[in-house]
Write a protein that binds this ligand. Sequence first.
Ligand code: PEP
Ligand code: MN
Length: 338
Amino acid sequence: MVVIMRPNHTAEELDRAIRVMEAGGVNVMISRGSETTILGAEGDARGIDAQKMAALPGVERVMRVSEPYKKVNRKYHPDDTVVELAPGVTVGGRRLLVAAGPCSVESREQITAVAQAVKASGAQVLRGGAFKPRTSPYAFQGMGYEGLDLLEKARMATGLPVVTEIMDADDIGYFVEHVDVIQVGARNMQNFSLLKRLGKVNKPILLKRGLSATIEEWLMSAEYILAGGNENVILCERGIRTFETFTRNTLDLSAVLAVKRQSHLPVMVDPSHACGQAWMVERMSLAAIAAGADGLIIEVHNDPAHALCDGQQSITPEQFDGLMEKVGAVAECVGRTV
Ligand code: PEP
Ligand code: MN
């Protein structure tokens, strides 16, 4: 942390600023110029409240020079974290993880057929929403607990672990019993009470990036879960809202690089929700792998035209099969396997 004093600060104001910094646990280095005095914090400045510091009389500006997140920070944990989703199924190592399935579970036949198809093409995880966060209260809201039950049946039929979104913290106990990975959707990325409770469970959490969340805000949300004791967090870039309207969101692939530099947590990419259009999914998947993503989560539907949710961005099992072949080729170029 660096504190810049106002040009006309008094000696008392300077003393006070120094005392507040020292009380926060750092050594203060004073640099006096002809116009300004700058105070540099030497050591761990997390004990200093930057906003309170900035409000002190005589203080012009406070700049943080280190990140506010700790447990997710690569500085404190240099090695990549590998999260195990089910016995033998991991993300964050050399092997990429591909999760695929429909936006929503719609029937036993649908989810089982898609699960079998994506498994045959090489997917290692089945995705499918049972509780759906819909913009309209009149739109299909998902099958709820019945959907979770059908996901379990699809898991029994295929052996694929399942990832599905939680919306209500009261369902955590049920999810822990019945699903393999708990997804926190973009709209709940900053639902801090939900994140705190997920910090107490022993289940991997797929934390999607919020619709307009900065990388730092996203990592701070992951920090909530790790701070609670659950270190099995997988990040997921799913596009952010920008001024562009051609695509549903703007896929921020540079975030993959940024997050992998700042954090040790694995990062997946969801090109389906990012682009909102099925024809873009394959190319953006390849780009994500080239950029260093640890995995993909892709919407696949057996009949996109009649899907109850997100049909326009869903690819068919045949298209998914073609995509997986190309993903394998790009993976090899960047030293990964599928
Ligand atoms: C989803 O995965 O079905 C979903 C709703 O995603 P997001 O939270 O990224 O919009
Ligand atoms: Mn969807």
